[in-house]
Design a protein around this ligand. Structure first.
Ligand code: GDP
Ligand code: MG
Length: 177
């Protein structure tokens, strides 16, 4: 929404939400720095990463916010959601409880946002499909019911990670232009 007359620049805020340990921080580090950490701990202090890309020759900056582990205490603040135009709602395909939490995260997002938010449901840890507890069909069904886009990703082997972020950012661009 921050377009200036000359450069037509856009700044979009995107949040990553979902239960603890589903891979939110690794999805962001994979996307922004192509890094993965097997023993990642809650990052203290790092609030967001900025990625720049182009749509129709226009510069788009995506400010992607990661929780600092507050989700463990169910205490993600309204400041985290303020001004959000896009969201990745993440669960872990090997842990059903994280899938069951998705509707609560969507409700929280809705409570804190006053504009259209481009949302993608992300089933992460696709590399662990041999021990999955949530089927692709269940993910797709929930996404359809809630009106979300859907994909399964692996922050470990990079599958669909860039696609997921770029899709959400592209949807925001379509919503605002
Ligand atoms: P967060 O609490 O949601 O930010 O989750 P993290 O990014 O800290 O990841 C939690 C744990 O899951 C860490 O041990 C990661 O190495 C692991 N992890 C994250 N993404 C993946 C993935 O795609 N595949 C596998 N196998 N492990 C992952
Ligand atoms: Mg984290």
């Amino acid at each position: 929404d921050s377009s200036d007359e000359e450069g037509e620049e856009y700044l979009f805020k995107v949040v990553i939400i979902g239960d603890s340990a589903v891979g939110k921080s690794n999805l962001l580090s994979r996307y922004s720095r192509n890094e993965f950490n097997l023993h990642s701990k809650a990052t203290i202090g790092v609030e967001f990463q900025t990625q720049t890309m182009e749509f129709d020759g226009k510069e788009v900056k995506a400010q992607i916010w990661d929780t600092a582990g507050q989700e463990r205490f169910r205490a993600v603040t309204s400041a985290y959601y303020r001004g959000t135009l896009g969201a990745l709602v993440v669960y872990d395909i090997t842990r059903r409880t994280t899938f069951d939490s998705v509707t609560r995260w969507l409700q929280e997002l809705k409570t804190h946002s006053d504009t259209t938010v481009a949302k993608m449901l992300v089933g992460n840890k696709k590399d662990l499909a041999n021990i999955r507890n949530v089927s692709v069909e269940e993910g797709a069904k929930l996404a359809e019911e809630e009106g979300l886009f859907f994909t399964e990703t692996s922050a470990l082997d990079s599958t669909n990670v860039n696609k997921a972020f770029e899709f959400v950012i592209g949807e925001i661009y379509n919503n605002v232009r």
